[in-house]
Design a binder for this molecule. Sequence first.
Ligand SMILES: [Zn+2]
Length: 115
Amino acid sequence: MSKTNSDKKTSIHTKVGDRVVVTSGKDKGKMGNVKEVITKDGTVLVEGVNIVTKAQKANPMAGIQGGLNKMEAPLNASKVMVVCPACEKATRVKHEVRNDKKVRVCKKCNETIDV
Ligand SMILES: [Zn+2]
């Protein structure tokens, strides 16, 4: 019986709409926009990244044709880095309060990432 530290909360540094780059895995180097952040799993869904082919069963009642569907699968948020809109580099972000607003700031160029 080995207990893993799985209840450690993952903090996700990306938000829907962010441009991110994949830093590991088969899609390393690919860029895309974050479509969805699944906080409870610590994963993100990125447009055009981690495409999987799923067999879709035909369901005529629902008007669904059988066949193969290509869709994005969520990938671990730790495998992507935010691409800074200002300097266009994959960067780590830090959190700062500017003008009374909590914003994310690019560690490379110090520009705010949130608009
Ligand atoms: Zn930057």
